[in-house]
Design a protein around this ligand. Structure first.
Ligand code: SF4
Ligand code: SF4
Length: 92
């Protein structure tokens, strides 16, 4: 598991959870970032992830996304009250 550094969305790329992404775009998402500085450890993302890809690090109290299991649905980014998770299109 890894906690990715903050990585703001490009200006011309709409964020997930704001009704601006098509389903195909959302499904094409594979990379996302979690800003540990913003995460308050509320665990909403842990609860909503359908793939059980998010856990809470017991040492830091912050959410961690396992990209090996994440399918890029964007639900975690949508529910996060702190804006700690951003979606990015997979460039690979
Ligand atoms: S929903 Fe946001 S603030 Fe809450 S644990 Fe997840 S990343 Fe952290
Ligand atoms: S994008 Fe979807 S599958 Fe990936 S961590 Fe968030 S809720 Fe889970």
């Amino acid at each position: 598991m890894s906690l990715r550094p903050p990585c703001p969305l490009p200006e011309n790329q709409p964020a997930a959870g704001h009704g601006e992404m098509t389903l195909a775009e959302a499904q094409a998402e594979a990379g996302r970032c979690l800003s540990g500085h913003s995460c308050q450890g509320c665990e909403l993302c842990v609860l909503i992830c359908p793939d059980l890809a998010v856990t809470k690090d017991p040492d830091t109290g912050r959410a961690v996304i396992d990209l090996a299991y994440c399918k890029g649905c964007g639900l975690c980014a949508e529910v996060c009250p702190k804006g700690a998770i951003s979606m990015q299109l997979d460039q690979d």
